[in-house]
Design a protein around this ligand. Structure first.
Ligand SMILES: Nc1ncnc2c1ncn2[C@@H]1O[C@H](COP(=O)(O)OP(=O)(O)OP(=O)(O)O)[C@@H](O)[C@H]1O
Length: 637
């Protein structure tokens, strides 16, 4: 059997070919990161072995000192990274080396422009990982034996990074993985011990197991005669600190180390924005190190993608992406949680309904929110950067995190009529500070885009009275804001919903004038209502319009036209809810409805006014052709 399947040649998955090509070019200026990536993989393999060994007594065998060894062979021009971690089976090798598991990668790569392709940060977010070896090597050989497998059941993988790889069964005396890089001719600097030591120092001090290199024996003078048949057994020494970073005291860790550790755990090529490192002792015992990234990954919008923190129990790695400790709206957070309270044999299922999980989760959420509050307060520019990147994800928290809603709301930033740009930088606190003395509500509008929001007829009365309105244009806004009814004791009100309610801003005279007009114009209102019969729930004299002839208003608690359209597009059931049609009785176009005109002209005018109002509200008409026909008919008269 082993004879027939022994050597097989396979093609890389298309995405891998594309990525390899881009990576070799865009990361070339920082090629030394290949060593970080390979050491990082070796460290993960050791973590996995420690975990698997909890349930497999034989996995450690007589080799329980986990370590990574870096050796070179000047003559052969090779650099080898060897670990005695979990190792890979033939199937593992087949599945892991030659494919990229992350869904959406192919589409994303195709959509990238030339400039983006050269941007190492963008390439980095795929987790350049193992493939970075090809930046410096023209051939890579992987030899691996899985823990528990026999020496003859080991496997080798060889590729020149040009589209194909071959897999072969081999014998390997010890457990773990060896990555042998046949360095390109102009990359021989990576054979120099001092160069390697400096890279390891820079990137791998935080790795919890020793990264060893051959000892340099300063005492032995060069060329000293050796006995003929003397076998020199090389001595190795650790060249990194080899303690898990989060277990060290904060005061002993510098910024660079924190940043490097972030790259190790997040597989992000860029730097983090900020982090919080906390050790908690007492009733609960845990250490958390949580990071906020600077840049959103391309699949941030996929709410189902793996997320969460790396979970350790008493320093033993348990799992990646432990999503139980952070809610979906904090899916951008990366980090490590090391608990002393959870059992070592904990599984995702146990985590799901353990009381310890709930309290750890609450603690993690609090940490992240307070990290954000701190950033918003003392590093406004950094916070703005975070908001621009992740704001619309954070907004999901308004709907999803009842217990922290006020805190989450405090972190929101919006565009506003108070400023001239679409930048989302106004907080609810800023808004409240600027409220008019007689104003008791926070007003906002949700629209498809900034231009529609800014020039909405609904804002006219607020502009006239000098009242600020928050302008919201993210897809999640209507849903998210539906869950935020109050902030700091002030009610929030969508200006496009329900009766115009200006509270203390409204004068008695204004009210009376509307009541009077409603009485006087009751015939006209009835006639319009008959005309728009199945399209509106009500026709009213408006108190909110100044320059526009008409507008549509969603009934209180009802859905806006825009929201209904979005839900329909998403294939969801949308209960029928007709808008209220409000007319501005002072407007020339409305006044002329009372003039003597033929019935079909009246019908055209009313329909055009209604469609206009719908257009201003949602930028979309169900039957645009009918609208233009009517308009053209009126224009040619
Ligand atoms: N030294 C190793 N020992 C055991 N398995 C390894 C080793 N190196 C790589 N692998 C396996 O190959 C997979 C692919 O590695 P690769 O570095 O490409 O991606 P990754 O580690 O999943 O993420 P990233 O690309 O961000 O590093 C790993 O997930 C792991 O399963």
């Amino acid at each position: 059997m082993s004879e027939t399947i022994n050597k097989e040649t396979h093609s890389f998955q298309t995405e891998v070919k594309q990525l390899l090509n881009l990576m070799i070019h865009s990361l070339y200026s920082n090629k030394e990161i290949f060593l970080r990536e390979l050491i990082s993989n070796a460290a993960d393999a050791a973590d996995k072995l420690r975990f698997e060994a909890l349930s497999h007594d034989d996995y450690f065998g007589n080799d329980s000192d986990l370590k990574i060894r870096i050796t070179t062979d000047k003559e052969a021009g090779t650099l080898t990274i060897a670990d005695n971690g979990i190792g890979m089976t033939r199937d593992d090798v087949m599945n892991n080396l030659g494919t990229i598991a992350r869904s959406g990668t192919s589409e994303f790569l195709k959509a990238m422009t030339k400039e983006q392709q050269a941007d190492s940060n963008l390439i980095g977010q795929f987790g350049v990982g193992f493939y970075s070896a090809f930046i410096v090597a023209d051939e890579v050989e992987v030899r691996s034996r899985h823990a528990g497998a026999k020496p003859e059941d080991a496997v080798s993988w060889v590729s020149r990074g040009e589209g194909e790889f071959s897999i072969e069964s081999i014998e390997k005396s010890d457990r773990g993985t060896e990555i042998i890089l046949h360095l390109k001719d102009d990359e021989k600097e990576f054979l120099e011990p001092w160069r390697l030591r400096s890279i390891i120092g820079k990137y791998s001090d935080h790795i919890s197991l020793p990264v060893e290199m051959e000892k340099v024996d300063m005492a032995a003078p060069e060329g000293e005669d050796k006995e003929e048949d003397e076998v020199v057994v090389p001595e190795f020494e650790a060249v990194n600190k080899a303690t898990a970073l989060w277990t060290r005291a904060k005061s002993e860790i510098n910024e660079e180390e924190y940043k490097e550790f972030y790259k190790h755990i997040s597989h992000d090529y860029g730097e983090p924005l900020t982090w919080a490192h906390n050790k908690v002792e007492g009733k609960q015992e845990y250490t958390s190190l949580l990071y906020l990234p600077k840049k959103a990954p391309f699949d941030l919008w996929n709410r189902d993608k793996p997320r969460g923190v790396k979970l350790y129990v008493q320093r033993v790695f348990i799992m990646d992406d432990a999503e139980q400790f952070l809610p979906v709206y904090l899916r951008m957070v990366r980090g490590v949680l090391d608990s002393n309270d959870l059992p070592l044999n904990v599984s995702r299922e146990i985590l799901q309904d353990s009381a310890a999980t709930t309290s750890l989760r609450n603690a993690c959420v609090k940490r992240v929110l307070s990290m954000l509050e701190k950033l918003a307060k003392s590093q406004k520019e950094d916070y703005q950067e975070f908001w621009n990147e992740f704001g619309s994800v954070l907004k999901e928290g308004l709907a999803e995190d009842h217990s922290n809603r006020e805190k989450v709301a405090g972190l929101m930033r919006f565009a506003s009529t108070n400023q001239d740009s679409d930048e989302q930088s106004v907080s609810l606190k800023d808004y409240i500070e600027r409220m008019k003395p007689e104003q008791d509500k926070i007003y906002y509008i949700v629209a498809d885009n900034y231009a529609t929001a800014k020039s909405s007829p609904h804002l006219e009365i607020y502009r006239k009275k000098g009242v600020e309105v928050l302008l919201m244009t993210d897809r999640v806004d209507e849903w998210a804001m539906g869950h935020l009814t109050e902030f700091d004791g002030k009610k929030l009100q969508a200006v496009t919903h329900g009766e115009l309610d200006l509270g203390g801003l409204e004068s008695e005279e204004d009210k009376k004038a509307v009541e009077k007009a409603t009485e006087e114009k009751s015939d006209l209102i009835e006639k319009i209502k008959t005309q728009l019969a199945d399209k509106v729930s009500e026709v009213k004299i408006s108190a909110r319009l100044d320059e526009s002839p008409a507008c549509v208003v969603a009934s209180d608690g009802g859905m806006s036209i825009q929201m209904a359209r979005m839900m329909k597009a998403a294939g969801q059931f949308v209960p029928e809810s007709k808008p209220i049609f409000e007319i501005n009785i002072e407007h020339q176009l409305v006044k002329q409805l009372e003039s003597d005109m033929a019935d079909e002209d009246f019908a055209d005018w009313v329909s055009v006014l209604f469609d206009q109002a719908v257009l201003a509200d949602s930028g979309h008409l169900d039957d645009p052709a009918a609208f233009t026909q009517r308009l053209n008919r009126l224009l040619t008269k």
